[in-house]
Every structure is written in C-alpha cells, then in structure tokens.
Design a protein around this ligand. Structure first.
Ligand SMILES: Cc1ncc(COP(=O)(O)O)c(C=O)c1O
Length: 361
C-alpha cells in the first residue's frame, strides 16, 4: 500500500457532477473572461475571508506583483521577502521596479518573524512580503508593528486561521493562488488579491486590465491578468467545502501526532495562535535526503521543495551578494514534505510513521 504526497482527486469526487454542470453552463453562457462568475466568486471569497475586496487575476505570481504595485511599490524601493519560500514570492518583486531584500525565517514555523524582518530593513524598504509557508500563518500584525506595510503571500494557506481570523485577512493585502494542487485549487491557473483597503483594490482592478479603469484611457503600464469565468464558476463550487477540507488536514496532523511522528523527526510548529490547514506537511531531519530516498523506495510520497533557497538561485544572485541566512540554509538541507491531504486517515499516518521509523532504524 502506498501513500501519495497529496491527494487532490478524492475530495473532489463527490463534487464532479456539480462541477460538470457549472462548466457546461459557462460554455453555454458565451461569457468567458471577467464576467458574472468572476464577480460572484470575488464577492463570495471576500465574504468568506471577512475582507472588503477580492480581485481575481490570472495566477498567484501576478497577484503578488499587482498587489505590490497597488500598494505603491515601484522603482527605487526595497521589498523584504524570505528566501525559504517558492521562487515566485521573490520573482514577483523585480517586475514592480523594486529590489528583493532577502530575510531569514524561524526554523520551526518556516515563517518570517519581526526579528528576521528587522535585520533586513533598509531606508528604502517599502513593504514586506510575509509568506504563509506550507499553510502556516506568518505573524503579519507583529511585523506591521515595525512600521512597514505587509503583503501576505497566502498562496499556500487557504483555510488556515490565526487568532480567529482567516489567512488572507492579514496585512494591507494578501494574495492567493488557485493552482490545482493548492488548498483551494482550480482547474488551471488563477489567483486573487484580497484587501480591506479600497484604494489598493481599485488600483489592483485597474492594473489587471492593462492599467485602465474604463477600457478607453490607459493610465498605467499594467497587465493582462484576468481570472476566467470557467475557473471562477468551478471555484465557487469548491469554496463552500474549504473548511471541511481544512479540518481534514488538521485531522491528518493529529493522526501523525498520535502515531508518534514527533518522536522521530522535528514537526512543523504553528505560529503562535495559528491553526494551519497544512498545505504541505514538512518535517525536519538532519538526514532528510536519505530519509526521502528510503520513503520513496517503499511507496511513501515525499519531496524536498526548496533544497536551493531563493537567494541562491542564479536569477537572484545580484540581489543577494553577501546575505547570510543561516536558518534558511539549514532548512533547505533538512526539510522534507511527507503525505498530507484532507483525506489522509489514521491508517495512512501509521503507515507513513512506520516507514519513517524503519528508515531511521
Ligand atoms: C508561496 C507561493 N507564492 C506564490 C505562488 C505562485 O502562484 P502561481 O503558481 O499561481 O503563480 C505559489 C504557488 O505556486 C506559492 O506556493
């Protein structure tokens, strides 16, 4: 019996008839981009998160670039961003004209902290990208207390909560990706910018459509970055199920704990007051590479996501000439994602933990 790294298919199965029906309705509608389904999804996502605005865009990377520009980031500015994250968190910064300045993370939570951000602040810092990595919830209010605006990259954290608020409801704005493997994953690319700030929302709407509010006058060099009707219609079917899937992810975490995983490897640590809906369940072990190979051999899904941190990627070297990020380098070496999904049950968890126990023996 094998356990896959993630299972996006099983939770969708009961919804397939509704998804097919909605897809057919969009095909018949003749409206395919930024139409009534997108407007309805934007309203439902904003209501779900408890924020005033959601702006659908083409993907989570564009969402970051557009959100930063809507927050006023531009040429000559610095934006602090962790290096232990998916490449896109930093890649989205240079297209604004600003420079990424890499910071370290807490090795237990994988998230930035006020201390790691403070160490990277410069006189030109205009914003911080706080990544809700693996589904944890970065401490955005504590970072805002440093006096710098925060954009939360919540691409991996749909369904997570902190102190009674949902991931996506923190910072000046937050961004989501609806890439199919995400906690709220669509059937192609998609993304959103969410915010309570009327001005940021308005600017994001203008930027996603070529920098024009009225499709006649072009005020900015913007983007063609729109959410399509098919994705929005299908995401509307999924959104009401996000909480039950998130509970499933939390149950999977409990199954791992009850099976004794914490005695074998270092477990991910929720940020204080956070209830992550883990997107990836990432453990730490000094011999992570060998552990991964051993799990692979017995059919247990595993993957090291960020063995080369972003500041060491060729395209980012000019932005990180001398930066020392010890926790990032250590995590890059020691992290390993093991199976996680809304339907990972007790039997799966016992099997994964037994395989890890045997690999270590
Ligand atoms: C943390 C993070 N930020 C940004 C992105 C970019 O999202 P997308 O692939 O939709 O452009 C992703 C996912 O791919 C991600 O995991």
């Amino acid at each position: 019996m094998s356990v896959p790294l993630f299972d996006t298919r099983t939770p969708l199965e009961p919804l397939l008839p509704a998804l097919r029906e909605r897809a057919a309705a969009v095909l018949d509608s003749g409206s395919y981009v930024l139409g009534p389904e997108v407007r309805a999804f934007e309203a439902e996502l904003a209501a779900h998160l408890g924020v005033r605005h959601a702006v659908g865009v083409a993907n989570g990377t564009d969402a970051l670039t557009i959100a930063l520009r809507a927050m006023g980031v531009g040429p000559g500015d610095d934006v602090v961003v962790p290096s232990f994250t998916f490449y896109a968190s930093a890649e989205a910064i240079p297209p604004t004209g600003a420079r990424p300045v890499f910071c370290d993370v807490d090795p237990g939570t994988f998230c930035v902290t006020p201390d790691t951000v403070r160490a990277a602040l410069t006189p030109r810092t205009k914003a911080v990208v706080a990544v809700d990595l693996f589904g944890n919830v970065a401490p955005a209010p504590e970072i805002e207390a440093l006096g710098v605006p925060v954009l939360c990259d919540s691409a991996q954290a749909a369904g997570s909560r902190r102190a009674g608020r949902r991931a996506g409801a923190f910072g000046t704005a937050a961004t989501f990706s609806f890439f199919p493997s995400k906690n709220l994953g669509g059937f192609g690319d998609g993304g959103a910018i969410v915010t309570d700030d009327d001005g940021v929302a308005e600017q994001a709407r203008v930027l996603r459509f070529h920098g024009s509010a009225d499709k006649v006058t072009y005020e900015h060099v913007g983007y063609n970055s729109r959410l399509d009707e098919l994705q929005a219609a299908l995401l509307r079917v999924l959104l009401p199920h996000l909480d039950e899937w998130s509970d499933g992810r939390r149950a999977a975490e409990r199954h791992y704990a009850e099976a004794g995983l914490g005695e074998l490897v270092a477990l991910p640590v929720p940020v204080e007051q956070a209830q992550p809906a883990w997107h990836l369940y990432v453990i730490r072990h000094p011999l992570a590479e060998q552990l991964g190979e051993a799990l692979q051999r017995v059919g247990i899904g595993q993957r090291a996501y960020y063995r080369t941190p972003v500041h060491r990627q060729p395209a980012m070297r000019d932005y990180a000439p001398h930066v020392a990020l010890p926790a990032t380098d250590e995590l890059a070496r020691t992290h390993l994602a093991i199976p996680m999904s809304p339907v990972l049950d007790r039997v799966d968890a016992i099997q994964v933990v037994s395989a890890i126990r045997e690999a270590r023996a």
